[in-house]
Write a protein that binds this ligand. Structure first.
Ligand code: UDP
Length: 246
């Protein structure tokens, strides 16, 4: 497995197909795995928060979810073959899962995970959805969430609380979910699957302009988009591929 490094954060340089094969192999292994889907804003967050950076450094797989990561990898003479988004990964993975690999969808607004589950089930009749729950990343809600997940016995847990909350939640609680083999932070994936947030037109995705689409649709994201489009490239230009002193 080829890993590259940006701002001291390892990123897996894989094709989508290779990523799916690795996820399937993780699901066959007993040892628990934390999978992250870093994007440009998350690397800015990591540069500011050592705890979050440490999580990215020790997660089992970091799938590069934004075109900015591809561009800045190239700038530092490294190569990421393609962008691997959470929604594409979940869609492709669920089409390969058999009934003996139940999935639990945690997070997003009330009702969204259920609608996402329905969409996945309709496309993949073999898929077993063990449960869905909106929940919240608040610590006081964790015991009830953990009880629900353990009762449903999924092997794959998808957590949609946005970054960094979803990954902090997984890092804190995965050990209390002994039946879960793979826990993955998936950001806005359930909103895309449920059709709550439409994806950018294909031509915009292909030109690497999905961020512009999101800015247009959700102007309140301006701070995050600024971090992704301006702060992130500046940080990489300043620190190069290592950035270990950040
Ligand atoms: N979310 C949540 N609880 C929270 C914060 C966020 O369930 O306290 C959900 C939100 O509804 C959305 C998901 O987290 O479904 C990801 O949000 P966002 O679009 O910010 O994620 P991104 O994909 O941009 O990381």
């Amino acid at each position: 497995m080829t890993r590259i490094s940006l701002l001291g954060v390892p990123l897996d340089a894989l094709t989508r197909e290779q990523a799916i094969e690795i996820l399937l192999s993780f699901l066959r292994e007993e040892r628990q795995k934390h999978v992250m889907t870093p994007n440009s804003e998350m690397l800015v967050e990591a540069a500011r928060h050592p705890l979050f950076r440490a999580l990215l450094q020790r997660s089992n797989l970091n799938l590069p979810d934004s075109v900015g990561l591809l561009w800045m990898a190239r700038w530092t003479e490294q190569e990421i073959p393609e962008r691997i988004t959470g929604v594409d990964t979940v869609t492709a993975l669920c089409s390969r899962l058999t009934a003996d690999c139940p999935v639990f969808l945690l997070g997003a607004q009330e009702g969204v995970a259920e609608r996402a589950a329905e969409v996945l089930r309709r496309k993949n009749p073999q898929l077993q959805i063990a449960g869905t729950y909106a929940g919240s990343p608040k610590e006081e809600d964790a015991p009830a969430i953990i009880e629900q997940i353990n009762a449903a016995s999924p092997l794959l847990l998808l957590v949609a609380y946005g970054a960094p909350q979803q990954d902090l939640w997984i890092a804190e609680h995965l050990k209390e979910l002994p039946g879960v083999r793979v826990a993955m932070g998936v950001g806005g994936t359930f909103d895309f699957l449920a059709g709550v947030t439409p994806r950018a037109p294909l031509w915009m995705q292909r030109m690497g302009l999905e961020w512009l689409w999101r800015l247009f649709r959700e102007p309140r994201r301006i701070g995050r988009i600024w971090n992704a489009v301006v702060v992130f490239p500046l940080l990489v230009l300043r620190h190069g591929r290592e950035g270990k002193t950040l």
